[in-house]
Ligand binder design. Sequence first.
Ligand code: GAP
Length: 518
Amino acid sequence: MIQDLFKKVVSHSKKYGFIFQSSEIYDGLSAVYDYGPYGVELKNNIKDYWFKSMVRMHENIVGIDSAIFMHPKTWKASGHVDAFNDPLIDNKDSKKRYRADVLVEDYIAKIEAKINKEIAKGRKRFGDEFNEEEFRATHPRVKANLEKIADINKRMSESLSSGKLEDLKALIEELGISDPISGSKNWTEVRQFNLMFNTQLGNISGEEGKLYLRPETAQGIFVNFLNVQKTTRQKIPFGIAQIGKAFRNEIVARQFIFRMREFEQMEMQYFVRPGEEMKWYDYWKTHRMKWHKSLGTSDDKLRYHDHENLAHYANAAVDIEFEFPFGFKELEGIHSRTDFDLKSHSELSGKKLQYFDPEINENYIPYVVETSIGVDRMFLAVMSNAYTEEMVPDASGKESERIVLKIPAALAPIKATVLPLVKNKEELTAKAKAVFNKLKPFVNTQYDEKDAIGRRYRRQDAIGTPFCITVDFDTLEDDTVTVRERDSLKQERMHIDELASYIKKHTDLSTLLTKLAD
Ligand code: GAP
């Protein structure tokens, strides 16, 4: 049922011009996607909302747009050359390549499914008396399976943190994990696979000229820390925000735009006084959750997930998870990155990346709290949250099914569409075009005269247009139109002079930004 929703979102995205497989005429390129006419509008609106919520709403946050290519030493200093790896395993029979940790996680998911089945049975049997916590702690099969999961997780995490990958291979063999495609258990050794794509500078041969496509936008911010601080005269605490492409040679790239090889990130690094990082970490944790909830996402679809195994640079990390159609998964990460990056760049570049704090009369390397969210993942969250199938009355009052994208109005690709009631009446189409021309400088507007009015409404519902404006014979008399609201289906008569301010008032980004004020 839930997987069903996922399939529907994927096919709807293609059918209505939101997302296409990259190079589709050549059978596509795995885990790379193109955004279509409505997709690019929605994506730009998501980015706009994020950027304004950071830069416009915080007078101590500024934006940058750094290059994708960076000096190769950047990635040595950041740790990506040595440690940005996934454990890879090949199946010798099927020649398929897998992430060893994902094979184990999939195995764990199967045990979890068994546990959930037992819990569902228990709930059915005991009704209101059912206490899930007690059931988990006492039911013999559930208890044994929970212990098994804990043991597998512990062994996997020890093997990954110690680098003893032979232990991970032994675990896979012991659990009897087979290739999901061929069923074969004929595995190679587990080895580390660096996720960075690389290329070569034209004028320098060999290792010297080796360049990487950035795997995160954050490093472009760190190397510009002094440039930005000096030119904007920011005092700590202050932040630098950036939106841009990132590239990762993912071994397992799946779930549509959830895990891609070319994607976009929206990252903000907040530079703080050492010792104050936990205060700011808590601030950003709360503030970012507020941003997600400002979009109307229900509380039960969002949750925090604290990291148990911290990355080498972090002293605290949490994910904001969203309930995608395939379960709760990471949407955004908030990391307290200590002074790791600035310190490391200082050491390798020989440039002092420090700040003189006039309030305490001290020079120091600032600590950093980072918020990092994937644009494409956010796009998928918005689409899955918005996709709705429901029964509604049509023009004749008869109930019929419609598919509607209930995208928050401020993010909707098209804000309003102007529709002449019928197509073949010159006075009506001329008037409707005049209304369209009047509106388009103010809000993203479409004009549509093809097909019966009911079908045109459905087409606009399917792309999430909040307002449909119908021009009819009365309009020719009194300059009023009918404005139909997407979700409530309420229709209101309005003078055409009021339209622009009405639509703007209900679809402007400010409707979201005002919810964020601290
Ligand atoms: N600078 C920190 C950083 O890059 P991350 O957890 O690796 O942290 C941050 O990535 C966010 O970027 C994730 O929460 C996710 O939204 C997005 N992201 C990461 N890898 C992705 C991929 N392969 N495809 C799409 N989005 C991805």
